[in-house]
Design a protein. Structure first.
Length: 365
């Protein structure tokens, strides 16, 4: 091979290698993009759980909270809580009621917790659907505020606090090993208080609660016995523990209990009728959503206070094309999808053929 042929061969080989390199980069980018798309889709599938009437479960809970505090209509509160309950999310239903109580009602109505606990125990025995509505109506009739709700939202966002310099005051000595935390509470440094609670080890919750009660007895001369509804013991493993500790701090430091009304609100015949009728799931399938989807989700409230990635998800498209995938873990639908009944196996809402207004009731607008 002469010199000119060698250089020609070398150039051809170089061009082929360069072309293969470019093709390889394009292919790798394509694979990575595909992985990213599939990964995002898997995350969405895991996060988006649809209820009985194909509302995003997370948005149902938030819509319940907003309807309870805006107090426009009790029926709407019942609609959202029973959409969760009749979908088979029983534990989530009671969690929503407890969360609603502590986030919006507990500071002004601390003694209601006794009624809630008694009614929950009664439900466990009787499984009476109306007990849920009774609890909701009782809360709905009371005054509320959003102090605890906003504090709980802020808790996870505070990642640091300013450390105080200098010697600790002598009066803090009885409150070891939580002197810094008690000092923050005493000075009403709520940002530091939230940081302290959020970073506290769960194994310290009970010890901290004991010190906390001791502080209020000694420093503010609070008669704890006048608040029998305050728990002196907590389950350190329960996710609710942080919220309860924050409630005790906020209530004993900043609020005074009023004389509670012992009158228990009763459901009227129209409300009982709604609860019974809403449970019914019969009729032509193509009309079910049209007749049962009474309310749209509370978009403004959700977009203001929700930080979930569902906010940027195409829920309408997912519901049109994959609603059965997003319902597979919903107890109501799990039972139907695993039924031997042929009607259940072939169940189809014909969601994409519903009116756009009906479809968009479960979407953020």
């Amino acid at each position: 091979m002469d010199l000119s042929s060698f250089f020609l061969f070398r150039n051809v080989l170089f061009n082929v290698a360069n072309h293969l390199f470019v093709v390889g980069i394009i292919y790798i980018n394509y694979i990575l993009k595909l992985i990213n798309i599939n990964s995002n889709k898997l995350i969405l599938i895991k996060m988006l759980t649809l209820t009985r009437y194909l509302y995003p479960k997370e948005f149902v809970v938030l819509s319940f909270y907003n309807s309870m505090t805006s107090k426009k209509e009790l029926k709407q509160c019942l609609f959202w809580i029973y959409e969760l309950y009749y979908s088979g999310f029983v534990n989530d239903t009671f969690d929503a009621i407890y969360n609603c109580y502590f986030d919006f009602y507990a500071l002004l109505n601390p003694s209601i917790i006794d009624l809630i606990n008694k009614k929950v125990d009664l439900w466990k025995t009787k499984k009476d659907d109306s007990i849920i509505g009774l609890l909701v109506k009782h809360l709905y009739s009371k005054k509320s505020n959003n102090d605890m709700f906003l504090l709980n939202l802020s808790m996870s966002k505070i990642t640091k606090k300013q450390i105080r310099k200098g010697p600790k005051p002598k009066w803090l000595k009885p409150y070891e090993p939580f002197q810094n935390q008690i000092r923050d509470i005493h000075s009403k440094n709520d940002e530091a208080v939230l940081f302290d609670i959020n970073t506290m080890k769960s194994s310290d919750y009970q010890k901290f609660l004991d010190v906390l009660i001791k502080y209020f007895k000694n420093e503010t001369k609070t008669d704890i016995s006048s608040y029998p509804y305050l728990c002196s013991e907590i389950d350190e493993t329960h996710y609710f523990s942080k919220k309860y500790i924050l409630f005790v701090i906020k209530f004993l430091r900043d609020y005074k209990a009023t004389n509670p009304s012992k009158m228990v609100i009763a459901l009227n015949p129209f409300e009982i009728s709604f609860i019974i009728e809403f449970k019914d799931f019969t009729g032509p399938l193509y009309r079910v959503l049209k007749t049962k989807r009474t309310y749209p989700i509370h978009s403004t409230f959700i977009k203001t206070y929700c930080s979930s990635s569902l906010l940027t998800s195409d829920i309408l498209n997912e519901t049109r094309n994959h609603w059965k995938i997003h319902c597979k873990d919903t107890p109501f639908w799990y039972e139907k999808f695993n039924s031997s009944c042929q009607d259940h196996l072939e169940f189809d809402f014909e969601f994409d053929e519903q009116s756009l207004e009906c479809q968009q009731k479960s979407c953020l607008l």
